[in-house]
Write a protein of this length. Structure first.
Length: 324
């Protein structure tokens, strides 16, 4: 496997705080890679170091095989596109003129640029605003125009900082589809706090918090690793207490909790198959009317908060041990 971005022991300290504390991750070629973390985690700082916009305090970063050195010219930038969270354009230019300017900077052939720009403006729902001055664009429209500018030259690598944060559901859908279509043709590295979007399009992801990497894994593998074997059981209201008591006593059940739609049953480790096989007959044999019995899927958002919670617990334990 070849990697487009390689980060080793990356640290960044500012006068008042340390933003990155020795993080490592690798972005495979042709992948869509999600870079996750709460506000203040260090995501944007890491992206700026990768782009050579600010200097690292320590560590190494390679992009397309080239080591990043702050203040030095880098050839890989010609093969890449970058979209900040809040892109800024000359207010006096129209949407079409912005893309034409980008084409000139990258020395695109004029006719090819015009055709490509028109197609992207249509794909990203900007064709009606193409002739309007950018000063009249909403934040979401500017974000879509920014993605069009990034895609214009068919870059080998796209680095996107919160690319859908200002968009309505339809706009998010359009951009996610555009990103997803790049899988295998280009490498996409993007930060986001919208976990459902990451789960939908990303092959691989990393989660950081307060400058520390908590996990890096393939998205599917992470979902499988943290997925608890759970079932939702709904019974007639008059049988709810009886069902709760029976489930608590079952050998294959670790925990039972009440939720709005019924009862959430978590299996004992390694006993999920037994739970699925024995639980429904046990309820029916007890005379309980069961209206629903189905597995519960654990999504990335729940896993994300579980990882953050586990990390906070470890930090609290470490602090107690240190105090002792």
């Amino acid at each position: 496997m070849t990697f487009v971005i390689e980060v080793h022991g990356l640290e960044k300290s500012f006068p008042n705080h340390t933003a990155l504390k020795g993080i490592d991750f690798k972005v495979p070629r042709g992948s869509i890679y999600g870079f996750l973390g709460p506000n203040g985690a260090g995501k944007t700082t890491a992206i700026k170091i990768i782009l050579g916009l600010i200097a690292a305090s320590r560590g190494q970063v390679k992009v397309l095989g080239e080591e990043i050195r702050f203040g030095q010219q880098m050839s890989w930038l010609k093969k890449a596109g970058y979209l900040p969270q809040d892109p800024v354009f000359p207010d006096n230019l129209t949407g079409t003129e912005v893309l034409e300017l980008v084409g000139e900077i990258y020395r695109m052939e004029s006719r090819a640029c015009t055709k490509r720009a028109a197609g992207l403006l249509q794909e990203l729902r900007l064709e009606e605003a193409a002739g309007r001055k950018v000063r009249a664009y909403s934040r979401g429209m500017k974000q879509r125009l920014g993605l069009a500018a990034v895609l214009l030259t068919d870059p080998e690598l796209l680095i996107l900082d919160e690319p859908v944060s200002a968009l309505d559901p339809e706009g998010r859908y359009k951009i996610l589809k555009a990103i997803e279509s790049l899988r295998g043709r280009a490498t996409v590295f993007f930060s986001s706090h919208i976990l459902a979007d990451v789960e939908q399009v990303c092959d691989r992801l990393a989660i950081i918090k307060e400058g520390v990497k908590l996990v890096e894994a393939e998205t599917k593998e992470l979902l499988q690793r943290y997925a608890m074997e759970q079932y939702i059981v709904t019974v007639s209201p008059r049988y709810r207490e009886q069902a709760f008591s029976l489930l608590q006593q079952h050998d294959s059940v670790r925990e039972v909790s009440s939720i709005d739609e019924g009862l959430l049953v978590t299996s004992q480790p390694g006993k999920a198959d037994l739970l699925a096989e024995k639980l429904l007959p046990a309820l029916v044999n007890a005379g309980i009317t069961v209206t629903e019995f189905r597995p519960r899927r654990v999504g990335l958002e729940e896993i994300f908060f579980k990882i953050l919670e586990q990390n906070s617990t470890r930090e609290a334990v470490n602090n107690e041990n240190f105090a002792d």
